[in-house]
Design a protein around this ligand. Structure first.
Ligand code: FPP
Length: 225
């Protein structure tokens, strides 16, 4: 029986969720943030799950209208500030992947503060992908490693990436079947689950069902039974 220790989620469908309700797209992001909290809390209470990596803002998301980008930045900052006590209560450590240097000083400070305050939490790691793109992550790693004289090994490349942990289960909500530049190296042997559910409608019940199916999968990693 396998358990999904590292779950990664592409949280898609916020905009469509809001539009279906006749609301502005940003309302979908706001609802989406509530689901981030629900799913993180659920994972923090499940001892089989060590790490939850969430795609919150991609290197491509800068192409969205300025107001939506600004809203997402503010929402993230508000979320981190408000939820700090919940991180501590649930023993959740915050980590990030991606290049956050492009964010405002204030947001960078908030991220640093929550990371510092949760540094000793030893339960779930919630890793937020912020200004993250797998191609960007790999290029940054290669640029670090190019100073090496020896051949680059798999371990060396893996250690130079922002996310050093292979993904067991990758879920994408919102009905599309693509990886959108998310954790391409780390998901080499991930089980992929695509659901039509829009992220604000995603629930702990649906995650539980996905996890139940995952335990029945025989993972061979290219080998035989
Ligand atoms: C994709 O949906 C979602 C995003 C680009 C942002 C994800 C952000 C959140 C879930 C909320 C804030 C995050 C945290 C960690 C507090 P979309 O806008 O592309 O939806 P669409 O495909 O329906 O347009």
């Amino acid at each position: 029986m396998s358990s999904a220790k590292h779950i990664a989620i592409i949280m898609d469908g916020n905009g469509r969720w809001a539009e279906l309700q006749g609301q502005k797209r940003v309302k979908g992001h706001e609802e989406g943030a509530k689901i981030v909290k629900t799913i993180t809390t659920y994972c923090s209470l499940n001892p089989d799950i060590d790490r939850l990596t969430l795609y919150a803002f991609s290197t491509e998301n800068w192409k969205r209208p300025r107001l939506e980008v600004e809203f997402l930045m503010k929402l993230l900052e508000r979320y981190l500030k408000n939820e700090l006590p919940v991180y501590l209560q649930n023993n959740v450590k915050l980590e990030t992947i991606g290049d956050t240097k492009a964010f405002s000083k204030s947001l960078q400070k908030t991220i640093a503060k929550v990371k510092e305050k949760t540094a000793n939490c030893d339960g779930l790691v919630q890793s937020l992908a912020l200004n993250y793109g797998a191609k960007d992550e790999m290029l940054r790693a290669i640029n670090i490693l190019k100073k090496e004289k020896d051949d680059i090994s798999e371990t060396m490349l893996s250690d130079a990436l922002d996310c050093k942990h292979s993904v067991d289960l990758l879920i994408r909500t919102g009905g599309d079947y693509r990886l959108s530049n998310f954790l391409l190296w780390q998901s080499a042997y991930a089980e992929l689950v695509f659901t039509d559910t829009l992220w604000p409608d995603f629930s702990t019940q649906e995650l539980e069902e996905i996890l139940k199916k995952f335990t029945k999968i025989e993972r061979r990693f290219g080998g035989l039974k």
